[in-house]
Design a protein around this ligand. Structure first.
Ligand code: ADP
Length: 249
């Protein structure tokens, strides 16, 4: 579960990224975060994965206050959160396999374990046949699937996506959207930020609207995409237990 209590983020420049936002996102939910450019969507996500810290207010991720998390514990939090960006962020000279295994935790496992996990994860994004390809041999949609696979390698409880379809045409965007809905159906909490209202018109999910950092809308859209994919409270996939940041610290 993710909870924000009166969260404000004011940057050093004086710009307000988020303005007194309070909300709760249950484990297993899929939520869309929308609003025009500059509304605070990236700030919202960065606060959850501790790329930024709030100026005031607090953020709880599975009951743990991450707004006051010591820096040394941030890597442990990040293992429970996958992040996908608009610009894929793949390493060009590495294969798909190398790209998705490029995480310290994964690199610590045996070659056989890495291969099995990579194959299994690429299968989830329908790309197991491209394991040895280079990013430049893939289409934009396929590159984003690799980035999604990379984010899933740690079997995160929460998957954050910051404009993941921003570089894709409408058809591929819908394909990627469906993939996120499927991943959510397997039990992962998903927050999907997009300025593209048309894309999410039919999702039938909760939509949060930000404007100038303020939460101005929180509604559930009707939609047939939701019915096609399922209720988004699947039983497979990662567990929804608490994040234990003490364990490995
Ligand atoms: P969105 O993702 O909706 O486009 P952002 O969260 O990127 O919105 O930005 C929200 C506001 O915060 C904007 O006014 C933006 O200029 C400002 N902002 C974002 N990041 C920074 C930063 N690192 N330093 C200063 N201002 C920032």
């Amino acid at each position: 579960m993710i909870e924000l209590f009166s969260v404000t983020k004011r940057y050093a420049s004086g710009q307000v990224g988020l303005d007194n936002v309070t909300l709760k996102i249950d484990a297993g939910q899929m939520v869309f975060l929308t609003g025009p450019s500059g509304a605070g969507k990236s700030t919202f996500l960065k606060l959850i994965y501790c790329e930024e810290i709030p100026s005031s207010g607090s953020i709880l991720v599975n009951g743990r206050n991450v707004s006051s998390l010591p820096r040394r514990k941030v890597p442990y939090l990040r293992r429970t959160i996958g992040v996908v960006f608009q610009s894929f962020r793949l390493i060009p000279r590495k294969t798909v396999f190398e790209n998705i295994c490029y995480l310290p935790r994964i690199l610590g496992s045996s070659a056989q374990e890495q291969k099995e996990l990579a194959y299994e994860t690429l299968r989830r994004v329908s790309l197991s046949h491209r394991m040895n390809a280079s990013p430049h041999q893939l289409s934009g949609g396929e590159q984003q699937r690799v980035a999604i696979a990379r984010a899933l390698m740690n079997q995160p409880e929460i998957l954050l996506a910051d404009e993941p379809t921003g570089n894709l045409d409408p058809e591929l965007s819908e394909e990627i959207l469906r993939l996120f809905l499927e991943i959510n159906g397997q039990g992962t909490t998903v927050i999907f930020a997009t300025h593209d209202r048309d894309l999410i018109q039919r999702v039938g999910r909760r939509v949060l609207t930000l404007e100038a950092g303020q939460l101005t809308g929180d509604q559930k859209l009707p939609g047939e995409l939701n019915d096609a994919i399922g209720p988004g409270q699947g039983t497979m996939g990662p567990g929804q237990g608490t994040i234990d940041l003490e364990e490995e610290a």
